[in-house]
Design a binder for this molecule. Structure first.
Ligand SMILES: NC(=O)c1ccc[n+]([C@@H]2O[C@H](COP(=O)([O-])OP(=O)(O)OC[C@H]3O[C@@H](n4cnc5c(N)ncnc54)[C@H](O)[C@@H]3O)[C@@H](O)[C@H]2O)c1
Length: 148
């Protein structure tokens, strides 16, 4: 399956790498160009036991790649995971600006049916907000599947 992971931090990088290890074609995308440059030169910016070896193996097999190009990530994939940060706001609630920002960018480049998965830690109701953002920007009919 062709998958993109938007946000290549702790969660996105590990998720994308494990999905590639299970045989999927995965593009990990991030707006942080420096991080993507590092990954593209074989430098893993975080430590997780075994992660570096898994990344090397899957990059070598052509199942895992890294990009700062949202258009490429969206257009090349059927399934898109959002794994951006949700830092706590002043009241402790998750700040959804990065999630909704990623949803806006995904919608901008959608070229067909996509399954969008919220992998970020988000409150109940976020799937509706992501759906509303996408619905407002694309001609595609939405079939929201709530998180459970
Ligand atoms: N790190 C953990 O152990 C952990 C555990 C459980 C849940 N979570 C949750 O997972 C989510 C991600 O956490 P993390 O620790 O991986 O965060 P992180 O800060 O390590 O990574 C987030 C990445 O998203 C990128 N990003 C932000 N906006 C973007 C956009 N519009 N397009 C593309 N990339 C964008 C950032 O540049 C950053 O590299 C959060 O909701 C967090 O609460 C994290």
């Amino acid at each position: 399956m062709k998958i993109s992971v938007i946000g290549t931090g702790y969660v996105g990088l590990v998720t994308g790498t494990c999905l590639a290890e299970s045989g999927n074609d995965v593009i990990c995308m991030d707006i942080d160009k420096k991080k993507i440059e590092l990954l593209n030169t074989g430098v893993v910016p975080i430590y997780e036991p075994g992660l570096e070896e898994l990344i090397k193996r899957n990059v070598a097999h052509g199942r895992l790649s890294f990009t700062a190009d949202m258009s490429r990530a969206v257009r090349s994939s059927r399934v898109i995971f959002i794994a951006v940060g949700t830092p706590p706001g002043m009241d402790g609630s998750a700040d959804l600006k990065y999630v909704l920002g990623a949803a806006t960018e995904i919608a901008r480049y959608m070229n067909g049916y996509k399954l969008i998965v919220n992998k970020s830690t988000v409150p109940v109701g976020t799937a509706d907000k992501v759906s509303a953002v996408v619905a407002g920007m694309t001609k595609y009919k939405l079939y929201p599947i709530r998180s459970f």
